[in-house]
Design a protein around this ligand. Structure first.
Ligand code: PLP
Length: 410
């Protein structure tokens, strides 16, 4: 049989066990523990010799079904669903890092990821080295004998910078370090991480996957392509687990000990969201391109940034990695900060809110909110100007979004 398409695979992923009532949609198993008929079966489950569930912090049928759907659309070897995108990030780094190691990344990072790396991990003796990830020479130079990974976001937020992933992967392979991607802005219907040599992928499923910002969730995907026998912290485990080494360390230790399991209710909501992901993304992304083109015609707007615009510096690299629509977020600049506030206050339809990839369009002035605690110098370093507005475009009708913006500009 030919390989099925994205939505077909999401919708028709088989249950691990047939539902006793033949429910067509995976029910919510909201329970902590599972009973065993015999002590032998209990032993098998605890020792991982059977796929039976024992305790929901470790595995749960509703969560497992969500993980299996993600596996079937991405081809990942291991998928672990966790309680938020940040839980996915912390679980990954606690799995691979030890004191003395360092991570090479960019300053253009999701705010809490930046804080996690430079404060939380730093306190455990793990350093972060920043460089320009769009310059592979700089990346190669930043790597030293203590580097364990290159970490990048597929489209950075709010700078909307796109690195060439194949060149990052080449550097990572030459130097024997992991390539880790946060692909939250480019969901799995447009970005196939395994094609670009990504070893571990992180997604905040709170965003496009939920289908309307209904719940928090995160995903860790491991593609099983890395040779763990050469990775100091996990080389012993590698003798036993081979390509499953990362997954074994994560599932059998870190994930259990940190306790950031996904709630079955949220797994249910996110499984539903996944079924319509492709439809919703297409609508939001085509709205984004139309709005970016329209915004360029408005005299009060100084600059429009969307990597799907042919004039963008990242147009070609974006197209080759994500197709015609590199995400559904655009930014634009006014000439003065006051104009940003005036404009935001006049909007009637678009919501003034944080978050991205809701069904509704969300707008924010990053410098005074998400980046408000940083000094102006630090914000400049992070590529966040005082005149910048970020718009996460929803699935509303384009004309209505355009009219709302136009009215607020008069
Ligand atoms: C939102 C987000 C996160 C964190 O996800 P949460 O689910 O809010 O914890 C991480 N990375 C990126 C790129 C994000 O947009």
């Amino acid at each position: 049989m030919e390989r099925q398409g994205f939505s077909t695979r999401v919708i028709h992923t088989k249950y691990a066990k047939k539902d006793v009532h033949n429910a067509l949609q995976m029910p919510i198993y909201s329970n902590a523990a599972f009973e065993f008929d015999t002590a032998e079966q209990m032993e098998d489950a605890f020792l991982g010799r059977s796929p039976d569930h024992a305790y929901s912090r470790i595995s749960n049928p509703t969560v497992e079904n969500f993980e299996q759907r993600i596996r079937s659309i991405t081809g990942a070897l291991g998928v672990t669903a966790v309680s938020s995108g940040m839980a996915a990030i912390s679980n990954v780094f606690f799995t691979i890092a030890k004191s003395g190691d360092n991570i090479v990344t960019s300053r253009y990072l999701f705010g809490n990821t930046y804080s996690f790396l430079t404060s939380t991990l730093q306190a455990f003796g793990v350093e972060t080295k920043f460089c320009d990830l769009t310059n592979s020479k700089e990346v190669a130079n930043a790597i030293d004998e203590k580097t364990i990974a290159i970490f990048f976001e597929t489209v950075t937020n709010p700078q909307l910078e796109i690195a060439d992933i194949a060149s990052l992967s080449k550097v990572a392979k030459e130097q024997g370090v992991l390539l880790i991607a946060d692909s939250t802005l480019t969901p799995p219907n447009i970005f196939v991480a395994s094609k670009f040599g990504v070893d571990i992928e992180i997604i905040s499923s709170t965003k496009m996957i939920t289908g309307g910002a209904t719940s928090m969730g995160g995903l860790v995907l491991d593609y099983g392509q890395f040779d763990w026998s050469k990775f100091t912290k996990l080389s012993d485990l590698a003798q036993r687990f081979g390509p499953y080494t990362f997954n074994a360390k994560l599932r059998k230790e870190i994930f259990r000990n940190l306790g950031a399991c996904l709630s079955p209710y949220h797994a249910y909501l996110q499984s539903l969201g996944l079924e319509t992901l492709s439809l919703r993304f297409d609508k939001a992304a085509s709205n984004t391109l139309l709005l970016a083109e329209y915004l360029q015609t408005e005299a009060k707007i100084a600059k429009v940034n969307y990597p799907g615009l042919k004039t963008s510096r990242f147009y070609e690299v974006g197209k080759s990695q994500f197709g015609n629509y590199p995400g559904a977020i655009l930014t634009f600049n006014f000439n003065r900060r006051e104009e940003c506030f005036e404009f935001l206050n006049k909007l009637k339809l678009i919501s003034r809110a944080s978050n991205i990839y809701d069904n509704r369009s969300l707008i924010i002035h990053p410098a005074s909110t998400i980046f408000g605690d940083y000094s102006p110098e630090k914000r400049t370093e992070m590529g966040v100007s005082d005149t910048l507005i970020r718009l996460s475009v929803g699935i509303e009708d384009f004309e209505d979004l355009k009219n709302d913006i136009h009215s607020a500009l008069i």
